[in-house]
Ligand binder design. Sequence first.
Ligand code: GLU
Length: 303
Amino acid sequence: MGRFAPTPSGRMHLGNVFAAMLGWLSVRSRDGEMVLRMEDLDTQRTSPEYAQVLRQDLLWLGLSWDRETPPQSQRSRVYDEYFQKLEDLGLLYPCYCTRSQLHGVNAPHLSDGTYVYPGTCRNLTQEQRNAFHRAPAWRVMVPDRVWQFTDRVQGAYSLNLATDCGDMVMRRADGVYVYQLAVTVDDGEAGVTEVVRGMDLLSSAPRQMYLQELWGFPHPEYAHVPMLLAPDGRRLSKRDRDLDLGQLQKFYSPQEILGQLAFSAGLLDRPESVSAQELATVFSWDKVKKEDICLSADMLKNL
Ligand code: GLU
């Protein structure tokens, strides 16, 4: 079983369509099921209107799903239970660090700019905790252990959560649960066996695998697909309204868009018009490129 897990914070751009297309193809080429879930934890940035447009856009492209599970914004009671399980395992602790402490110049960062939580609040005494007089975030302790898995697109990948990430926030100080918790619970409860998404989330896989183990969910298979880059090398983003579907729909058919994307992915020799159903008959992960794909200005013109 696969899933679409869009964040309804704007129209899909071509990169979102690319990942959704490959996720759908992987599942449908083997007659598998697909679930849809709106990832709207961030209620400031997301809206039911965008969720509705997303559903319409997926259907317009011919990317269907079998059922929709409740949006994350309605599931905090369920997340409470999983949070409690971590508490029962003795793995949670309150963290009072401020943003500037965490991200300031003296905070430890890895060479790629990601930041590693150094465990500042792990061993505070009750007295020290009481002295803060403010609501804490809650972190789960991570083990000093290497997580290894084989991504269908990217190949072998490993990460040690202790040295590459540090103890992870599970609930923010304002009470909102974080993406890693919600996504692991939702995929686990829905019985998702295959996660297809952008390369930018590759390092989230070991984080989620750790939580899956704690909660007794089996690990799904992962496929982290290349990112699409604008001709100037930037990643496409919703904020820049890059090639969003609202614009594209004015000029192109779903078959033209899918054909271009399938060609960029390595699934077709030429960018010909093709339906999602037709693509399912030629789909294979072995053909899918692993490097980021830079869209040529030329190709954008044709699209
Ligand atoms: N909601 C995320 C997004 O729209 C995807 C999360 C995931 O696939 O795990 O980028």
